[in-house]
Design a protein around this ligand. Structure first.
Ligand code: SER
Length: 319
């Protein structure tokens, strides 16, 4: 019987991934764990919810034991921009959290773990176009450092203890349900909220900033595909994946085609330097070859779907 624990379940990815996993495995078999005391009703009503701090190993052990957990999706983390504002917190949550998950998993005989890495593992010395799977990992942010160390730790636990840890180097994730918190790619989500609310948007990166991105349905599809893949097909533990790449200005123009009069101005802040240190496009051919990865959304299709989803939320009075 599969019993799943999702940490960071109230976050941008966790809030949607938990629901998809619950549909697949049954609500009672997917435990959502979050830092917040009161999660969104959708999370609380469709299955168990526990308050969990991943830096507290005893607490994590207790949840794993109590619910007889067999798989963990470990999503709890501090993102890149917040990490630059509080590097110590990013180190603690991202490193101690992952270490605790891996240790508890080893002891409890957990069969599989999913852990998201990020394009933040790359740095200024990494090739920016078509960034390969195997390349220079020399990030300049604390978040990136924790992701590189995390990848190495996952590989170590796999090699040394045979733990089946799998991960994806996610690009910026664009979604309409739960906003991201504290990332560098957040502008690509915030801009939609402003457009749908009928407000102008002040973008915190330059118009020519190009970053790799992915729409949430593709993010969920990639996660499930990787986790369902035959272990014999996996040449890597952690894979490059991408959906699409565009500049902030291209995104604004694509929205303006559908929201006439929408105004965007650009006031780059400290997050520009982070964005400039990351790749513009990603080579995800290893993921395509090994487990059949292929994204469904291009820029117009993603913009169309985002506006539709957020307009629906606005009609329901949620925005
Ligand atoms: N979206 C993340 C961030 O900007 C990248 O992993 O921090």
């Amino acid at each position: 019987m599969t019993k799943i624990l999702v940490t960071g379940a109230t976050g941008q990815i966790g809030s949607e991934l938990t629901l998809v996993l619950r549909e697949k495995h049954g609500g009672e078999n997917v435990v959502a764990a979050g830092h917040k005391k009161s999660p969104h009703p959708r999370l609380a009503e469709t299955g168990p919810f526990v308050t969990l701090d991943v830096t507290d190993r005893a607490q994590l052990e207790k949840v794993v034991r109590e619910y007889s957990i067999t798989e963990i999706y470990h999503l709890a983390a501090i993102l890149s921009a917040s990490g630059e504002q509080n590097p110590g917190l990013a180190w603690r949550v991202n490193m101690e959290g992952l270490y605790n998950v891996l240790e508890v998993a080893r002891e409890a005989g957990i069969s599989r773990i999913f852990w998201p890495s990020s394009i933040a593992v790359f740095g200024p010395k990494t090739p920016k176009e078509n960034t390969p799977q195997d390349t220079i990992l020399s990030p300049t942010t604390m978040y990136g450092i924790t992701k590189v160390a995390g990848e190495l730790l996952c590989e170590y636990y796999h090699r040394r203890y045979g733990l089946d840890v799998r991960g994806l180097r996610f690009p910026g994730i664009i979604s309409s349900e739960t906003p991201p918190g504290g990332g560098t790619t957040d502008y690509a989500v915030e801009i939609f909220y402003a457009a749908v609310r009928g407000e102008p948007y002040t973008c915190f990166v330059r118009p020519d900033t190009v970053l790799p991105m992915m729409y949430m349905p593709d993010c969920l599809k990639a996660t499930l595909l990787l986790m369902e893949a035959d272990p014999r097909c996996l040449r890597y533990r952690i894979y490059n994946v991408t959906g699409l790449s565009f500049s902030a200005e291209e995104l604004a123009k694509e929205i303006q085609k559908r929201v006439p009069g929408f105004r965007v101005e650009y006031k780059p802040d400290f997050r520009q330097a982070i964005a400039d240190s990351w790749p513009r496009t990603i080579d995800d051919s290893a993921a395509r070859a090994d487990w059949g990865w292929k994204p469904d959304y291009d820029l117009p299709k993603m913009v169309e779907a985002m506006l539709k989803a957020l307009r629906r939320r606005k009609e329901r009075g949620e925005l």
